[in-house]
Design a binder for this molecule. Structure first.
Ligand code: FAD
Length: 320
């Protein structure tokens, strides 16, 4: 059976959720072969096998941590040459997209980025993308070489399914460019304890209607009740009420969670561009004419300071 390479995003052996989502998509195209690189790669094998990986190619060379992306591209190229896959799937993180683009160039293949779905087609995998601020949905197929496709987090469910999970050492000879950019220091980001915005299954966002940094506690309380990440509109971020790293939209982050709750956000096109592919959208806005209501699945016309705490209490009560 045809094999599909899945590039595994992990932190010291802890596999990140988007990698497991890629395994779900890979199984539609063939047998998933996972590639895990860097420190702790060997520890990914169990969980990858439990999510359908038939083989896991590992390489723990120090180069992956010491230098930026080129060693990873070298390794993926080696994996492509040894496996001859029908496709290579990579998560749409900033690093994932850089690795994917460099790999496609190296192996002379076409590249599709930011897919929100991938399915088997008669002439190769077909990827769905949501483009132009989600105004259009396109379906495309790579017509040259081994398709390299990056997929946005939350585009597929995580499905536990037993795979053989056989471990194999990936033999990589690093290119001259591999040591071109050395990592000189690393500083861990202060953790909020909440999920990463672009990977979260639920995002709760606040906008200008939140009306002050201190009021974001209302948004955070709902997010914590739901185990969600916190997002913000540019208006809220520019006002200094929430960090820029949490901005959702055209010039912020693109999120595609199962559930997106927008409070006090009008729904400007630039904000929509970052959240419109969310599976279920809920808005709380006191203006019933707000454009956000054009795209919601559920809308509440009301004051967020009245509605959101009630919702938080209800969620907490049901959990209890
Ligand atoms: C080049 C460019 C790039 C941009 N990129 C981004 C981007 O990445 N992300 C982004 O978000 N924006 C972006 N913007 C800005 C965008 O155009 C909007 O200005 C911005 O999204 C508005 O933010 P907002 O909805 O929070 O504020 P507003 O548009 O002011 O809306 C506030 C809403 O809150 C409601 N409200 C007020 N009080 C309450 C209350 N108590 N309860 C309930 N509702 C209440 C109001 O009815 C209103 O609908 C960009 C703009 C440009 C030109």
């Amino acid at each position: 059976m045809a094999e599909v390479l899945v590039f595994v995003d992990h932190v010291d052996g802890a596999v990140r959720k988007p990698a497991l989502e890629l395994l779900t998509l890979a199984r539609r195209l063939g047998e998933p072969v996972a590639v895990a690189l860097g420190a702790g790669a060997g520890r990914t094998v169990g969980v990858l096998g439990e999510h359908g990986a038939v083989r896991v190619l590992t390489s723990e060379a120090a180069e992956y941590g010491d230098y930026l992306v080129v060693p990873k591209v070298d390794a993926l190229q080696a994996a492509v040459e040894s496996v001859s896959p029908v496709a290579v799937l990579v998560s749409s993180s900033a690093e994932g997209k850089e690795v994917a683009a460099r790999l496609a160039l190296r192996i002379g293949s076409g590249l599709i980025t930011d897919a929100v779905d991938v399915e088997a087609g008669a002439e190769g995998p077909v990827a769905t993308q949501s483009v132009f601020a989600a105004s259009f949905t396109t379906r495309s197929r790579v017509s040259r070489g081994v398709p390299v496709i990056t997929v946005k987090p939350n585009s597929a469910p995580v499905e536990p399914v037993a795979g053989a999970g056989a471990v194999e050492e990936l033999v990589v000879s690093f290119s001259e460019g591999a040591s071109g950019t050395r990592v000189v220091s690393r500083t861990a980001r202060e953790s909020s304890g909440r999920p990463e915005l672009t990977e979260a299954a639920i995002v709760v966002s606040g906008g200008r209607g939140v009306n002050g940094a201190e009021n974001f506690a209302v948004i955070e309380a709902l997010a914590d009740a739901l185990g969600a990440a916190v997002g913000a509109s540019r208006a809220a971020v520019d006002a200094g009420w929430y960090p820029h790293s949490n901005q959702v939209g055209q010039t912020g982050k693109t999120v595609s969670p199962q559930l997106y709750i927008a409070s006090g956000i009008s729904g400007a096109i630039q904000h929509r561009a970052g959240m419109q592919t969310s599976k279920t959208i809920v808005a709380v806005n006191k203006d019933e004419e707000a454009p956000i209501f054009e795209l919601v699945d559920y809308g509440v016309v009301g004051d967020l300071f009245n509605v959101v705490p009630q919702l938080t209490d209800e969620v907490n009560a049901r959990k209890g």
